[in-house]
Design a protein around this ligand. Structure first.
Ligand SMILES: [Zn+2]
Length: 433
């Protein structure tokens, strides 16, 4: 399996993911997505959105604000329960998550870094705090959302009345969330600013366990559909003591990262906890009226919550392939940042360059394509392989005679000769089927 060093170095070399504020020495566990990183992440988000929002009639989309009314976090339990046990070293002042410490250190209160004495455990809230308006006092405190879910729950009633949603139905949201993790790490796996792809799926009470199973299967299969190797995925049910305060049951989809299995997505049965809590704190009725049975109830909620950044990392690791000659990303064509690259065989023959530019313009209307006339063909293949471009199209001397180009397949390096007039349909078939 590939090492993290190789992944991080490829990400930097090809501009997928970069250290944030690098010229200032970087900022702990914050990252920027460069050109190919943005394209890759957008593809993942767009496929998720297409599969769950655009291609279904029972799920509608939402983009709620990052900062919500502070009472939202009282009702959701995040103000009181969204905490980690924190200890601090009295000597070097480093802070650690108590449950991350080795047993010896935790038992004897010894700092793993300098062997100084540790303080007792304090509960540390993971929400980022800030202030609204010019006055920094307790009445103006607000929080950056630690999950996108609550923006969905507080809009529940709007979706019922505006779109006439009927249970079972879902509300989907992709967006950033913030958690002041005590120990972030493993590149973009655990960061303090991250992006989620979440659905809150509202179902009749008593059908919740069936729906929970359905969503676990559905989401597991989604990763396979876009070519994640089944050997690198597994399901793991949370033990009762690790369940979140709102959850009746959670199953994680885990990916086999180079450092071990880690959560890619959690699928939780949130029950009616959130709707009931918001009803209590807001004083607004958040029940659903069943017209057939003529009675109101609080729906149960199944929540598939995926990490967009973790997905990016999993797709990069899973597709990373290295042989004696080259490194290439064997990405599914729909996930690949660029679908095809167009080259003139040489850059100093005007007819070839112009023809290649024509092909590039023709394809540009249909796919994300790249044009490259720098260096030699070998170097261009090398760089397209490393960003995972499935097809490289070369305009050569035969092109001028026969109006055909060569199309090189990233994974097999085999070349097909394709007529210019058939090129769009040739690529469409390979990318979409
Ligand atoms: Zn210390």
């Amino acid at each position: 399996m590939v090492t993290m060093d190789k992944i991080v170095s490829l990400c930097k070399r090809r501009g997928f993911i970069l250290q944030s504020s690098e010229i200032y020495g970087g900022l702990g566990s914050f990252y920027d997505y460069g050109h190919y990183g943005v394209l890759l992440k957008n593809n993942i988000k767009n496929l998720w959105w297409r599969d769950y929002v655009l291609n279904r009639r029972d799920i509608f989309g939402l983009d709620s604000s990052l900062i919500l009314h502070p009472d939202v976090w009282k009702a959701s339990g995040h103000l009181s329960s969204f905490t980690d046990p924190l200890v601090e070293c009295k000597k070097c002042r480093r802070r650690f998550r108590a449950d991350d410490l080795e047993d010896e250190n935790r038992k004897n209160n010894i700092c793993p870094s300098c062997s100084g004495a540790l303080t007792g455990e304090k509960r540390f809230n993971l929400m980022f705090k800030t202030f609204i308006g010019p006055v920094e006092d307790s009445t103006s405190v607000v929080y950056l959302r630690p999950e996108t879910a609550q923006g969905i729950f507080v809009n529940f009633k709007n979706f019922l009345s505006t779109y006439g949603m009927k249970v079972p139905f879902g509300i989907a949201q992709i967006g950033k969330a913030f958690r002041n993790e005590i120990t972030p790490g493993n590149f973009i796996f655990r960061t303090r600013e991250f992006e989620q792809m979440e659905i809150e799926y509202f179902v009749k009470p008593q059908t919740d366990e069936i729906w929970h199973k359905k969503w676990i299967r559905e989401r597991f299969d989604w990763y396979l559909k876009y070519s994640i190797n089944v050997k690198n995925l597994r399901l793991r049910e949370h033990t009762p003591d690790e369940l979140s305060h709102y959850s009746k049951g959670t199953t994680d989809i885990e990916y086999r990262f180079p450092w071990g299995w880690g959560e890619l997505e959690g699928i939780a049965n949130r029950t009616d906890f959130d709707l009931k809590a918001h009803q209590k704190y807001s004083g607004k009725d958040l029940t659903y009226f069943d017209e057939e049975k003529k009675k109101s109830y609080h729906p149960f909620v199944i929540e598939p919550s995926a990490g967009a950044d973790r997905s990016v990392l999993a797709f990069l690791i899973d597709s990373f392939t290295e042989d004696e000659k080259r490194i290439y990303l064997k990405l599914h064509p729909l996930i690949a940042p660029v679908k095809a690259a167009v080259f003139p065989l040489v850059s100093n023959k005007k007819e070839l360059v112009e023809y290649a530019r024509d092909i590039y313009r023709m394809l540009q209307n249909v796919f994300i394509v790249h044009f490259d006339d720098r260096g030699n063909i070998g170097k261009r293949y090398y760089s397209q392989d490393e960003i995972g471009t499935p097809f490289c199209i070369t305009v050569d001397y035969d092109t001028l005679q026969k109006d055909s180009v060569t199309v090189r397949n990233r994974d097999t390096t085999r070349q097909d000769r394709v007529k210019k007039e058939n090129l769009v349909s040739f690529l469409t078939e390979k990318i979409y089927s």
